[in-house]
Design a protein around this ligand. Structure first.
Ligand SMILES: CC(C)(COP(=O)(O)OP(=O)(O)OC[C@H]1O[C@@H](n2cnc3c(N)ncnc32)[C@H](O)[C@@H]1OP(=O)(O)O)[C@@H](O)C(=O)NCCC(=O)NCCS
Length: 241
């Protein structure tokens, strides 16, 4: 089984009581390997029905581990049984904890899931980087014109990395707000090494947001957006048993 080699900055997490303070985001990298049965025991009937709809066994296994670990991690903050947690879903499908002030968001790509936990609205996106033939065409469709122009101004050798930075940063923001793809054009992000929002055209204020690089491994790009000024990330890894 392919094992993801996570960066050392993602410290091992042992389930137990944990709290996240304001201006902090906790990020969990979860390799989607291990025994699915150990994790599916926490899932709700609806989650099990969704898992069973995956025809490919590996997709079922990844769903069980990702959502099982999500419940275990959230239960550490809430001091509740993982199986007792209930979720509501926004108009574009964003899950939130029912009756709890804690915010979270989940992303998965290839053999890895990333989970963000915060006290403010948060979005996370992780993508396994792969060669893209029509990267500029995709950018023209999905990025703002400023982002598209910034990408084109780079030498070709730097475009793939800049593309993934832009993609994950945009997706993280849209996910923080629980929106869909229609919201991609109403803000600009920087494509450089240091993540930052450049402008909002949707009424949000730059001072209210933090954008963080939470890339967990050499070939995965990760970004987290949280509606909180000056937020810092603490990074953990949760290895399913
Ligand atoms: C659904 C969407 C929010 C994210 O999709 P994605 O990148 O394929 O998926 P991710 O793995 O990052 O996130 C999926 C998880 O986010 C959560 N989620 C679902 N809808 C969400 C929403 N509207 N907002 C925030 N989170 C959402 C769920 O927990 C979901 O996990 P699950 O499907 O296992 O329950 C949406 O933005 C989308 O369809 N994106 C397509 C990709 C794209 O074209 N991006 C352009 C970037 S420039």
């Amino acid at each position: 089984m392919y094992d993801v080699s996570l960066f050392d900055s993602f410290r091992e997490f042992t389930p137990g009581h944990v709290a996240v303070s304001d201006r902090e985001v906790h990020i969990y990298a979860v390799p989607l390997t291990g025994d699915a049965d150990l994790h599916s025991e926490w899932l709700s009937k609806d989650e099990i029905a969704r898992m069973d709809r995956f025809r490919i066994l590996d997709h079922r296994r990844r769903y069980a581990i990702g959502h099982g670990v999500l419940r275990v991690v959230l239960s550490c903050y809430l001091g509740k049984d993982p199986a007792s947690l209930a979720f509501d879903y926004g108009s574009h499908g964003k899950p939130t904890l029912r009756g709890e002030p804690l915010h979270f968001n989940l992303s998965h790509s290839a053999q890895l899931a990333i989970l963000a936990v915060a006290t403010a609205p948060v979005g996370v996106d992780c993508e396994k980087q792969r060669h893209l033939e029509r990267l500029v065409d995709i950018a023209k469709r999905q990025f703002s014109s400023a982002e598209h122009d910034a990408l084109l101004s780079l030498p070709e050798s730097e475009r793939l990395q800049a593309f993934y930075r832009c993609w994950t940063r945009k997706e993280a923001y849209v996910k923080a707000l629980g929106l869909g793809l229609a919201a991609l054009d109403v803000f600009d992000v920087d494509l450089g090494q240091t993540p930052r929002f450049l402008s909002f055209r949707d009424g949000e204020k730059l001072d209210d947001w933090s954008l963080l690089d939470v890339s967990p491994a050499a070939d995965y790009v990760g970004a987290c957006a949280v509606r909180c000024a000056g937020a810092r990330a603490q990074t953990f890894q949760f290895r399913a048993f």
